[in-house]
Design a protein around this ligand. Structure first.
Ligand code: EPZ
Length: 425
């Protein structure tokens, strides 16, 4: 896959109205893979990740690490990392394409004693500052300043020292930075008000199996005692709960019957409860769920929250479901200040949605109608795909390079379930 976000005019065409049936295997999670890949900067001997999703974002991270001097080799969903960083400066051309590149700052600093990382580029869903990542570096004794669009961090001769990191707000990325930067720091680090997402738990478990000393992960207080070095490990990436949730909504919106396999249902507890309230039948098994829908969904209000609350990464997809529900509902977006970019496009399909500040009020319509629409970000693109699958007639979805950032082989998976879908080259 070509890593530069090919903003070419590839489009997806969908003829809606088909009931989706069958089973779909979920890929490894993008949001687990990206921080795990950054560990290759501090685990230098034969670090292997399996169940790696082949996405624009994971290929981009792979190139960013390669550019820093890590030897990265891909084969059939397995990625092997070798070597240590040869430079402390991350490439501007790569970092500006993906916000998650900020995750290399801490491990690079821990490995090289200094790091120069370009400020991440803009993002459609919010301003997304990185102040909490800088707070982490400073709490561990680094000197940090900005110069010519770069974050420049360096430690004194004694290196990073354990400290207290008390987050004023919950941040997934900053919690991951804190864990990755403090595992090799001298002494004890305490992280307070930490995020508790399953991807963070998986990152810590990987580090523990590499010899790190971490306790309390999955709670809001994490304690880390620095160790001398980390050992090579082989780790399987956890399933993508957001991809799984997206397919669950596809079943609900098309009165479908889909079995979603290779997942951890416990990672979707809150979401599945909500989907049940909307009237879909949900059968939960150890590593799979079956979502069956016989009728139009019931309206149900949600607010997005940090885990274990309703994930913001399923908000746009859930809104598509509510747009054809049998009544009125509301969605409050608490995490990002500008995550309703899919609304004007759903309106093109005949949805009835109004926005007031961070609250969307949805009056369910009987049916959406196929239209030409434009995706503005990753989850918005999936929301439009779901709208098009449920709509009468055909839709043309533009801006799908966003989709390729986070959904692996989406057309194949949907057409295997009976969807009439194709991508134009
Ligand atoms: C992660 O982003 C995910 N990305 C996002 O998924 C997800 O939406 C988000 O967590 C929340 O669950 C990856 O894991 C790669 P945050 P992250 O730091 O870490 C503010 C997707 O669709 N904040 O938890 O960047 C921030 O602006 C993506 O797959 C600061 O103010 O999210 C936001 O309002 C989109 N200062 C809030 O905190 C900081 O230094 C939560 O952001 C950092 C964040």
């Amino acid at each position: 896959m070509n890593t530069s976000l090919n903003k070419s005019n590839e489009k997806i065409f969908i003829t809606g109205g088909t009931q989706l049936k069958g089973n779909v295997r979920i890929s490894g999670a993008k949001n687990a893979a990206l921080p795990l890949m950054a560990l290759s900067l501090i685990i230098n001997k034969g670090f292997t990740l399996s169940n790696m999703p082949d996405l624009a974002d994971t290929r981009l991270m792979s190139n960013l690490l390669g550019d820093l001097g890590i030897n990265v080799s891909w084969s059939f969903g397995k990625v092997i990392f070798n070597g240590s960083p040869k430079t402390n400066e991350a490439s501007y051309d790569l970092v500006r394409q993906m916000r998650a590149s900020i995750l290399v700052l801490g491990p690079l600093l821990a490995s090289k004693g200094s790091a120069r990382v370009p400020l991440p580029g803009g993002c459609a869903i919010g301003t997304r500052p990185i102040d909490l990542h800088v707070l982490v570096m400073e709490a561990l004794g680094a000197n940090v300043y900005y110069d010519s669009g770069f974050i420049i961090a360096s430690t004194g001769p004694e290196g990073l020292k354990g400290g207290l990191i008390n987050f004023p707000k919950v941040s997934v990325g900053a919690t991951e930075s804190a864990i990755m930067t403090s595992v090799l720091a001298k002494g004890k680090t305490t992280i307070q008000n930490a995020a508790q997402e399953p991807e963070i738990v998986d990152l810590a478990k990987c580090l523990i199996s590499a010899g790190a000393n971490i306790s309390g992960v999955g709670t809001s207080t994490i304690v880390i005692n620095g160790v001398e070095k980390l050992y090579s490990v082989v780790r399987e990436i956890v399933p993508d709960r957001i991809e799984a949730g997206s397919f669950a909504i596809a079943s609900s919106m098309t009165k479908g019957n889909i079995e979603i396999t290779h997942i951890r249902p416990e990672d979707l507890e809150c979401f599945l409860k909500v989907l049940k309230f909307t009237g879909s039948e949900i059968k939960i098994d150890k590593n799979s769920i079956k979502v069956i829908s016989f009728k139009r969904s019931e309206p149900y209000d949600i607010v997005t929250e940090a885990h274990p609350g309703f994930p913001t990464d399923l908000q746009a997809q859930y809104m598509a479901l509510m747009s054809i529900s049998d009544g009125n509902s509301s969605i409050k977006e608490n995490i990002f200040e500008n995550r309703f970019m899919h609304v004007p496009e759903l309106l093109r399909m005949g949805a009835n949605i109004t926005i007031n500040n961070q609250i969307a009020s949805i009056i369910g319509v009987k049916e959406l109608k196929g239209s030409k629409v434009m995706a503005s970000d990753l989850r918005a693109s999936m929301s439009l795909i779901l709208g098009a699958l449920a709509a009468s007639g055909s839709s043309e979805i533009d801006g799908i390079y966003h989709l390729d950032r986070g959904y692996e082989k989406i057309e194949d998976k949907l057409s295997n379930l009976g969807a009439i879908i194709r991508r134009s080259k």
